[in-house]
Ligand binder design. Structure first.
Ligand SMILES: [Zn+2]
Length: 278
């Protein structure tokens, strides 16, 4: 499941390949991708658009066109992009859309589970849409201990569940939430509102640090995620707790445990992330 580092890796790879290019042809084969708009309508409207920028907001990719329109893409579970010469476009049953650019290249969208979305919007609509769904960017200036204290103040849910709320930390997902809580030595089951000021500061630093490491390693490759050049990321080799149930904690040697928080598999060290630690 792509989280912020994976989406940012895709953005960084695609940006120099697509910015300045014009779309000469588009085909979209999956009605779920563009619902409630029909795929034919969206494909038709994409043709002729020139790409001015490729931005990211949380886990959304934002293709900004010179016309002022935006294509807002969310990869959800298994969405991915490939960029190839037209003659080398992958022949793949999970291809849902192909966008042909004016330099002879194709951007192919693949999605096995088909939860991904493509939404064509005007600029005011994008601002409104994202404003209702996303809190501050964790690698930007708005994500501070003060913000987190206010956002978590009345939350009795587990801190792990709160971290997965995109309105609290845009782009955070299951893997990096586990890694950040381990790094900050905070038990994932603690009520979000119970964190001390010192713990909130540690958590802000930990979230930034694990996401930066994820970006530096070009994301984690689990199951279907691939970068647009087909390469894999290497963050999965640097996980401290995620997917390491029963293995020794890299900090203290205790066995990592697995539990379920808010329906999500959760990994932590019972020794250095105890329930009560101020
Ligand atoms: Zn430990």
């Amino acid at each position: 499941v792509p989280e912020l580092p994976e989406v940012e890796t895709i953005r960084r790879q695609l940006e120099p390949l697509v910015v300045g290019r014009r779309i000469v042809q588009a085909s979209i084969d999956d009605p779920r991708l563009t619902a409630p708009e029909s795929p034919g309508t969206v494909a038709h409207r994409l043709v002729g658009e020139r790409i001015a920028a490729l931005d990211r907001h949380g886990k959304y990719l934002d293709v900004v066109f010179e016309s002022g329109n935006h294509l807002l893409v969310h990869l959800r579970m298994t969405g991915s992009f490939r960029h190839t010469r037209r003659s080398e476009s992958p022949d793949d049953p999970y291809t849902r859309a192909v966008v042909s650019l004016d330099d002879g290249s194709d951007v192919t969208y693949r999605d096995v589970r088909r939860f991904g979305t493509w939404k064509l919007m005007g600029s005011e609509e994008v601002t409104r849409y994202l404003g209702a769904r996303l809190g501050p960017e964790p690698l930007g200036g708005g994500f501070t201990a003060g913000w987190l204290a206010a956002a978590l103040a009345r939350r009795r849910a587990a801190v792990k569940a709160a971290l997965l709320d995109q309105r609290i930390v845009a782009g955070m997902g299951n893997i990096y939430a586990d890694e950040a809580l381990w790094s900050a030595r905070i038990n994932p089951l603690r009520p979000a509102s119970s964190l001390s000021r010192e713990e909130l500061l540690r958590l802000v630093r930990a979230v930034r640090s694990v996401l930066r490491r994820g970006v530096a390693r070009q994301g984690a490759t689990l199951r279907d995620y691939r970068a647009p050049d087909g390469a894999s990321g290497s963050m999965q080799d640097a996980f401290r707790v995620y997917g390491r149930e029963g293995q020794p904690c890299p900090r203290c040697g205790a066995a990592i445990v697995h539990t379920v928080v808010a329906g999500r598999g959760t990994h932590y060290c019972p020794a250095c992330q105890p329930w009560s630690l101020a």
